[in-house]
Unconditional design. Structure first.
Length: 377
């Protein structure tokens, strides 16, 4: 018997396939106009139960660590790009047979592993363009003393004898197409002598081309012009752009306390289930809230961390114990960062298909919690 959303126990993530396809259609249009290839950034979203929907639209995956390489290779296919801030010898042995492209973060990493993997994959190097667009210093790849990528002053043209591609990643939720094009022009000018000798170039992720009213065609034509100028195959590494506004984290109110403000405690926690809310101090948005509501509440977690709360919001009616709340836009950097802090119940993961049916992608139990801490006999 098919369950409805009303019958599901909270907390859980609900991924909406129709909303996912809406983003993917924009990705398809970007590819068609620009000629760019798109590889899904698994660091943002790795819920492989949705990959059958995503695969027809994208060209493969990109990773930030060996397990992501393997996951992309096994469950997504297409091109498998391997990047890491630092590979060990064991890491390289694990990924070299699976990766189509291996991208190194530094000249020393390239030198250390060049002989080991040159025959298996097309090699690349991450470059720090010393220009970026990121709203948070914590997420700025070009911040002072950044460890991410090689600066132009350290490069020599002979590096193109070892690598066939460069990777630049310097955007974070960049909704400003003109700001991106300015960085693109900077890269074209500063690194022209290198680009003209390369075969491919990844421009990383963080370009929010699925944001409402984003000028997609303007971005696409800029990418096409750049690729033609330097005769390169361009790649983008979207993560958030693919899954934005597709997923709710659904929670239930389990208590309401009063300490000068009404505080609704829900059966979830930012530190365990929506970590970026805590790290970046970016309050959640709630579907049931009302901008002009007369009943304000702090929506707080049930963890023991004193400052662990999702947001403050207003409602048209008083909240009730047992009431469900939908925390909007909860796909990016959530399921990949889930943890067992406080031994809280892990959210289940569901996929609402186009026909309205709900597919269970995963549920978790006490045994899963226990297994992360020791061998379960």
């Amino acid at each position: 018997m098919q369950r409805t959303a009303a019958q599901l126990n909270t907390p859980y993530f609900m991924i909406d396939e129709s909303k996912l396809i809406c983003n993917l259609e924009k990705a398809k249009k970007l590819k068609e106009i620009s000629g760019v290839k798109l590889v899904l950034a698994l660091k943002c979203f790795s819920t492989f139960g949705t990959f059958a929907t995503i695969k027809p639209y994208l060209d493969g995956t990109t990773s930030s660590g060996p397990y992501e390489v393997k996951l992309g290779y096994e469950t997504f296919g297409g091109e498998t790009h391997a990047y890491s801030v630092g590979y060990s010898k064991d890491d390289i042995e694990d990924v070299k047979y699976m990766a189509d492209k291996i991208i190194f973060n530094s000249l020393s990493q390239l030198d250390a592993h060049f002989d080991t993997c040159q025959q298996y994959a097309s090699l690349g190097l991450r470059i720090n363009p010393e220009r970026s667009h990121a709203g948070q210093d914590l997420a700025d790849p070009a911040r002072p003393y950044s460890r991410l990528g090689v600066k132009a002053s350290l490069l020599e043209l002979s590096i193109t004898d070892k690598v066939e591609g460069f990777m630049f990643h310097m955007n974070c939720e960049n909704k400003d197409v003109d700001a991106f094009i300015a960085i693109l022009d900077h890269i074209s000018t500063t690194f022209s002598s290198y680009l003209d000798k390369l075969k491919w170039l990844s421009l990383g992720g963080g370009i929010f081309f699925t944001y409402p009213n984003y000028p997609l065609e303007k971005l696409a034509l800029a990418l096409k012009s750049f690729a033609q100028k330097h005769q390169l195959q361009l790649y983008l590494e979207p993560g958030e752009a693919i899954i934005t506004r597709t997923t709710d984290l659904v929670v239930s109110v389990i208590d309401i306390v009063d300490n000068e403000k009404k505080i609704a405690i829900v059966d979830s926690a930012t530190e365990a289930h929506r970590l970026d809310t805590l790290i970046y101090n970016e309050p959640a948005s709630i579907k049931e809230a009302s901008e002009k509501g007369k009943y304000p509440y702090v929506i707080a977690s049930c963890s023991c961390l004193a400052g662990d709360q999702f947001c403050e919001a207003q409602f048209d009616r008083p909240l009730q114990i047992g009431q469900k709340l939908h925390l909007l836009d909860s796909a990016g950097y959530t399921m990949v960062k889930l943890n067992w802090f406080n031994g809280l119940k892990m959210p289940s993961i569901y996929f609402k298909r186009i026909d309205g049916s709900i597919e269970t992608l995963n549920t978790f139990s006490y045994q899963d919690f226990k297994a992360t801490l020791g061998k379960v006999e």
